[in-house]
Design a protein around this ligand. Structure first.
Ligand SMILES: Nc1ncnc2c1ncn2[C@@H]1O[C@H](COP(=O)(O)OP(=O)(O)OP(=O)(O)O)[C@@H](O)[C@H]1O
Length: 241
C-alpha cells in the first residue's frame, strides 16, 4: 500500500465571527499518498493558501485534524511541530523568501544547517542541488543579482535541502514571466518523475496540467477533485537524494 504523507479530516479554518465570519477552509477531507503531484486551483480567496499552510503546519486549524507523515500536527507543541516541519516539508513561496544578504549557495546551505546537517554536508548538498536546478554558475551570487526565475530555482533547491517527504509550493510561478514559468514547469516535471510528493497551489493551468490530481476549491471547500488516470508516478528514484 502506498504511504499516506498528508491527511486532513474535517479540516477548518475560520476567521472573525458573526457578520464578519470567513470560512477560509471548510471541513475539508484530504489524503495525499507518497509520490503524488497535487495541484490546488480555484478563484482568489477560495482558501488555497490557507489550506496549504494548515497542511504544512504553518497555521493551526480552528477545527478538524491534520496529519503529516503519519503524525498528527494540529495538537503538536510548537517545538515538536517546527522540528517535524523541518525534517519533512520543503516550502516554496510566490515571493521566494530568500535571505538577501546570503548568496544562493548560502541560502540553500542554511536550510541544511538548520536541518542538522554538518557544514560540509550542507555545502556539498547545496552545490549539488544548485547544479540540479541549473544554477551552478550562480552559486556565489546574491539574490539581488538573480532574475526572478533564478531566485525561485534557488528556493526550490533550498526546499529540497533536507530531503523533504513533501514539497508544498504556494503559487511558485505567480511572480515569474513566461520563460521562467516554463523553466519552473520543467523542474516540477523532473521532481514528479523522481517520485517527489508535491502539492502546488497555482492559478497556472500549465502547472496543473502536469499534476496527477487537480483539486478545485470554492468557498473553502473542494468543488472538484479530478485524478488523471494512469499518470500517477509513484516512482521512487534516488536521482535527487
Ligand atoms: N489572517 C486572516 N484574517 C482574516 N481573513 C483571512 C486571513 N487570511 C486569509 N483570510 C481570508 O480567508 C479567505 C481565504 O484566503 P486564502 O489566502 O487562503 O485564499 P487563496 O485562495 O489562497 O487566495 P489567492 O489566490 O488570492 O492567494 C479569504 O477570504 C481571505 O480574505
Amino acid at each position: 500500500m502506498t504511504e499516506e504523507l498528508l491527511r486532513a479530516h474535517r479540516l477548518s479554518m475560520r476567521y472573525g465571527q458573526g457578520e464578519g465570519l470567513v470560512r477560509a477552509v471548510d471541513e475539508v477531507d484530504l489524503s495525499v499518498p507518497a509520490g503524488q503531484t497535487l495541484a490546488i486551483m480555484g478563484p482568489s480567496g477560495c482558501g488555497k493558501s490557507t489550506l496549504l499552510h494548515l497542511l504544512g503546519g504553518l497555521q493551526r486549524p480552528t477545527a478538524g485534524r491534520v496529519w503529516l507523515a503519519g503524525r498528527r500536527t494540529d495538537t503538536l507543541g510548537e517545538r515538536a511541530l517546527a522540528r517535524l516541519r523541518r525534517s519533512t516539508v520543503g516550502f516554496v513561496f510566490q515571493s521566494f523568501h530568500l535571505m538577501e544578504e546570503l548568496t544562493a549557495v548560502e541560502n540553500v546551505e542554511l536550510a541544511g544547517l538548520l536541518g542538522g546537517q554538518s557544514p560540509r554536508a550542507a555545502r556539498r548538498r547545496a552545490r549539488y542541488l544548485l547544479d540540479r536546478v541549473g544554477l551552478d554558475d550562480r552559486a556565489g551570487h546574491l539574490p539581488s543579482a538573480l532574475s526572478g526565475g533564478q531566485r525561485q530555482r534557488v528556493a526550490v533547491a533550498r526546499a529540497l535541502c533536507n530531503e523533504p517527504l513533501v514539497v508544498l509550493a504556494d503559487e511558485p510561478t505567480g511572480n515569474l514571466d513566461s520563460t521562467a514559468t516554463l523553466e519552473m514547469l520543467r523542474l516540477f516535471e523532473d521532481l514528479r518523475s523522481m517520485g517527489q510528493t508535491l502539492v502546488v497551489v497555482t492559478h497556472d493551468t500549465r502547472i496543473a496540467a502536469v499534476a496527477d490530481r487537480v483539486i478545485t476549491m470554492r468557498d473553502g471547500a473542494f468543488a472538484d477533485d479530478s485524478r488523471l488516470a494512469g499518470v500517477t508516478s509513484g516512482l521512487l528514484h534516488d536521482g535527487w537524494r
